[in-house]
Design a protein around this ligand. Structure first.
Ligand SMILES: Cc1ncc(COP(=O)(O)O)c(C=O)c1O
Length: 512
């Protein structure tokens, strides 16, 4: 039998409307069941490594399978092996918030199957991306003449896979801008690739010890040295670096013959949701026009949509050469959706512009048709803009604000319970949806016992999942609330489990 005979109908129908319906109809009930019984599943998969590997055929199957068989594989093999990020009591890392509109949009994106290499290859993708980026700027109170808007013709925004990708793009662009400006100061205009081969070994990027490790990775990729500053615990009860520290670090580096190139500041660190002292940085940015100031707000930037954070959003937009935040961590846009905003698009284009004969001629200077391939690393770009459009359009600005308020309200409710508890305490005053909690005022050994007890009480992730972290040698639990399905009653169950864990440790100690 030939391959063609073996495949039969499956080959000719693999991309027709009937086949699409068959796959969707087979899949939908599985997903409906999954969403309906999600809460009753253990948050973390209760299985040993190798389970999935053993469950799938060890060699590629020769013949085709039906849509029903495929849906059964998903239900029987994949779903039980998931760590359920959308579980109401998933409190680890930061959430990957999503929504039904985001999920359905992915089907549409895949069905369109159109790749956004450049405007001509998918005009809808480029133009929707511009539209939604400007919507996001509306949400975070950017003025109509903001340089970060595409319509300004100066800067703009684009969607990236993740914050990590955005950070790489920014630091590479910062390095090239540094060399470009240095060359201009010497009256040189390097041609071709020459700018990219310049010695960067003296160039420094400044960051805090609490900055996400993605920034250190990005600096490595960009070929920049890092100068890591130690954040201090401030009046807010959280950790931040300020302009005075940065000024001193810059002066010390210059004295050693190094060249400051970029600074990455935090709004919402991963460990404690700390915010660097941006107010003090505004003056420094004016003193140091050659430094690229990037603000990583991967998690917390989404909360700028609320009027009470309007001033923070304004400060970032005054200070930053570029900033990023994710549409997934707290904006219900689904993974992956990282927004990157740049003040000057020419800085990105100087680093990433590239083309060849087989590309369509472009009208790049038109506001409606920027060549986003020239702003960052990838050429082929997913049509994520349809997902962002779907979510923002279906929820509207008011819906998004209402969801954010709920997250902040629930987190504040839990914080108040911890503050009032005789057994637990807040290790750090963390804002937004993050709560940093430990057993009240005890040292190393009992705290370690407490964390082990929490692990046991959580059924190793069966009831809830939150990984311990550490700050200044003190271990604590990071409760990252704000998941799309997390409700106050889920937080209440977690709180009860934490208090019960303290009591169990205390009972063991008093029995000794
Ligand atoms: C502040 C911050 N920056 C960067 C990242 C990296 O995010 P991504 O997974 O989008 O690369 C994270 C991830 O949690 C983060 O919290």
């Amino acid at each position: 039998m030939s391959d063609r005979e073996l495949l039969g109908d499956a080959c000719t129908r693999h991309l027709d409307a009937r086949s699409l319906r068959a796959h969707v109809e087979a899949l939908l009930p599985v997903l409906e069941r999954y969403w309906s019984d999600l809460e009753r599943r253990p948050v973390r998969a209760q299985l040993a490594p190798g389970h999935v590997l053993a469950a799938v055929p060890s060699e590629i199957p020769v013949g085709p399978c039906t849509a029903e068989e495929l849906a059964r594989d998903l239900e029987a093999i994949v779903l039980p092996a998931l760590t359920h990020w959308q579980h109401p009591r998933f409190l680890s890392y930061y959430p990957a918030t999503t929504s039904a509109a985001a999920v359905a949009s992915e089907l549409a994106i895949a069905a369109m199957g159109s790749v956004g290499l450049q405007w001509a290859s998918n005009p809808a993708a480029t133009e929707l991306e511009i539209a939604v980026i400007d919507w996001v700027l509306d949400l975070i109170h950017a003025p109509p003449d903001s340089p970060f808007r595409h319509r300004s013709g100066m800067g703009g925004g684009l969607l990236q896979n993740t914050a990590g990708d955005a950070l790489v793009a920014v630091l590479v662009a910062a390095r090239i801008r540094h060399h470009r400006r240095a060359a201009a100061r010497c009256g040189e205009s390097p041609d071709g690739e020459e700018l990219f081969y310049r010695d960067s070994s003296r160039l420094v990027v400044y960051l805090s010890e609490h900055t996400h490790f993605s920034v250190r990775k990005a600096a490595r990729v960009a070929g920049l040295r890092t100068h890591v500053l130690r954040p201090a615990r401030r009046e807010s009860g959280n950790y931040a670096i300020d302009a005075e520290q940065l000024r001193a670090a810059i002066a010390a580096d210059r004295a050693r013959g190094l060249e400051p190139c970029a600074v990455v500041l935090n709004v919402g660190t991963t460990n404690t949701a700390g915010i660097d002292d941006l107010a003090s940085m505004v003056g420094l940015a004016e003193e140091e026009p050659g430094l690229w100031f990037h603000v990583d707000a991967a998690y917390a930037g989404a909360f700028w949509v609320l009027p009470e954070f309007r001033e923070d959003a304004r400060r970032v937009q005054t200070l930053a050469t570029s900033f990023n935040f994710n549409g997934s961590k707290a904006l219900h846009c689904g993974f992956d959706s990282a927004f990157l905003f740049v003040r000057e698009r020419r800085d990105m284009k100087a680093a990433f512009s590239a083309t060849d004969h087989y590309m369509a001629p472009s009208r790049d200077e038109d506001v409606a048709s920027p060549e986003l391939k020239d702003w960052a690393v990838p050429l082929g770009r997913r049509f994520r803009a349809w997902r962002i459009y779907s979510v923002l359009r279906s929820l509207g600005a008011a819906g998004i604000r209402a969801l954010q308020r709920e997250v902040l309200g629930d987190a504040e409710w839990l914080r108040a319970k911890v503050r009032a508890s005789a057994l637990l305490e807040l290790v750090v005053e963390s804002p937004f949806g993050l709560i940093c909690v430990a057993m009240r005022a005890v040292g190393g050994e009992a705290q370690a016992e407490f964390l082990a007890e929490v692990e046991r009480a959580s059924g190793q992730g069966a009831l809830f999942l939150a990984y311990p972290s550490e700050v200044e040698g003190r271990r604590f639990l990071r409760l990252a609330t704000g998941g799309s399905n997390t409700r106050r009653e889920d937080l209440a169950r977690v709180f009860e489990a934490l208090e019960a864990s303290v009591l169990a440790v205390a009972a063991r100690h008093s029995a000794r």
